[in-house]
Design a protein around this ligand. Structure first.
Ligand SMILES: Cc1cc2nc3c(=O)[nH]c(=O)nc-3n(C[C@H](O)[C@H](O)[C@H](O)COP(=O)(O)OP(=O)(O)OC[C@H]3O[C@@H](n4cnc5c(N)ncnc54)[C@H](O)[C@@H]3O)c2cc1C
Length: 404
């Protein structure tokens, strides 16, 4: 793909976005996805698809544009200045989608990917369980063969978007007699199947971004397995890698309520910008934000040149999460007593962003887990001994807690 054609594509994308999407910080961006705006998000995704900006690097036979990562990345760079109302597709297109593309059957690719791209079907990712988060291979949700399909039982938690998803990628134990990583399978589950119960969980901002999901004798038809039976750990690793790279290469948004730009203008409005302590913290925020942005850009440019960011996606994800935590502390200092009592819309936005920030130190793998990955796979430190890696799952305490 020539540099000129990428430049042309970028210009076309910018012109389309300018005409069709609200700019970030324009006050027009809408809030977190609620039930009511799902239809509007689906309509916008369909518009993006029709304009040739969905599935940019996915093959044409599965609904994509058949272009290269260079165009995909160019679009991402331009789109950062716009508040695209397509948040409900972030998981499907970033995680289950690429996993089906890499490991799915021809039938699955043809059935699910075009509808995902056109915004007709929304997906969620069902990995975490009450006793299996960082160590997700300890999961106890089970799937047993039933005729030509399977029957699914168990509980997932923290499932973002389950309340409005049509399908989910779920991992379940299919062989408890082998070590924990070897007896897992990934399935496609229809979230409207009989036996699926979704219970929203409320967070500090009052929103309900994620859910508990219960499976009670849920029938999974033939053709539901993604990849191979009992090889679901490989599929999970593909999905988690996509998740970290996606989160990690997003970079620091230029216009979030916790950005240097937003907080320094808020401080100026409140007459606080001369305070030397606060000025020092704002300066540090600027430097950290710029470093995260430049590192994200470096990884994107390397990806453009065909180099997989690999475990360095964890470095970007960790730095982004730590930036969010630091920015919320600066925000609390800028707001002062207004943190506790203010009915201004601007303060409410900053406060909501600050309350949501700790979530990014947990979602997609906690900061500690990212540090383990960086230690072992970037710095080459000795690996965690992983004492339970060769013990059959049904002989581990964690796996037998609920069953016996
Ligand atoms: C906003 C948000 C959205 C999410 N969306 C989804 C979703 O859509 N689908 C989904 O499946 N899950 C989702 N999750 C769940 C998320 O993946 C888990 O919360 C995360 O993996 C951590 O698991 P846990 O909460 O069980 O914590 P635990 O694994 O119990 O960890 C508890 C503490 O122990 C530390 N710890 C654990 N193991 C180690 C270790 N080996 N070394 C050092 N420290 C360790 C952790 O860092 C943490 O501080 C979401 C979470 C959040 C916050």
């Amino acid at each position: 793909m020539s540099e000129q054609s990428v430049t042309d594509f970028r210009n076309r994308a910018r012109a389309w976005l300018e005409a069709n999407a609200p700019r970030r910080g324009s006050g027009d961006e809408g809030s977190e996805a609620g039930r009511a705006d799902i239809a509007a998000q689906q309509a916008f995704q369909a518009k993006l698809y029709d304009a040739g900006f969905a599935g940019i690097s996915w093959p044409k036979e599965y609904g994509g544009q058949g272009l290269t990562d260079a165009e995909q990345i160019a679009f991402g760079q331009v789109a950062r200045d716009y508040a695209l109302p397509v948040g409900v597709f972030f998981i499907g297109l970033g995680m289950p989608g690429p996993t089906i593309l890499e490991l799915g059957t021809e039938e699955q690719k043809k059935r699910y990917l075009p509808k995902m791209l056109r915004g007709e079907e929304i997906w969620c990712q069902l990995f975490s369980e009450p006793a299996a988060g960082s160590d997700v291979a300890s999961l106890t949700t089970s799937a047993v063969p039933d005729g030509d399909g399977w029957v699914l039982n168990g509980q997932k938690v923290w499932t973002s978007g389950a309340q409005y998803s049509h399908y989910g990628a779920v991992i379940a134990r299919t062989d408890p007699t082998v070590p924990k990583h070897n007896g897992i399978t990934m399935f496609i589950v229809d979230m409207h199947s009989p036996g699926v119960t979704v219970r929203p969980l409320k967070v500090a901002t009052g929103a309900t971004p994620f859910n508990e999901v219960y499976f009670d004798q849920v029938r999974l038809p033939a053709g539901s397995v993604i990849g191979e039976v009992n090889d679901g750990w490989r599929a999970a690793v593909v999905m988690l890698r996509n998740e970290r790279v996606n989160i990690g290469t997003m970079g620091a948004p230029r216009t979030s309520p916790l950005s240097y730009h937003a907080l320094s203008s808020l401080a100026a409005k409140q007459g606080d910008s001369a305070d030397p302590g606060l000025r020092r913290k704002l300066a540090e925020l600027y430097v950290r934000e710029r470093s995260v942005r430049l590192f994200g850009q470096l990884l994107r440019e390397e990806a453009m040149a065909g180099r997989d960011p690999g475990p360095r996606g964890s470095v970007a994800k960790l730095a982004g999460a730590e930036l969010g935590t630091f920015a919320s502390l600066v925000a609390a200092e800028v707001l002062g007593p207004a943190v506790a009592a203010s009915d201004s819309e601007e303060v409410r936005e900053v406060l909501n962003a600050a309350l949501s920030a700790p979530g990014s130190s947990v979602a997609g793998g906690t900061n500690e887990i990212q540090r383990n990955i960086i230690g072992e796979r970037v710095l080459g430190l000795p690996k965690d001994p992983g004492v339970d890696r060769s013990t059959p799952f049904n002989q581990l305490r964690v796996g037998t807690l609920r069953k016996n």
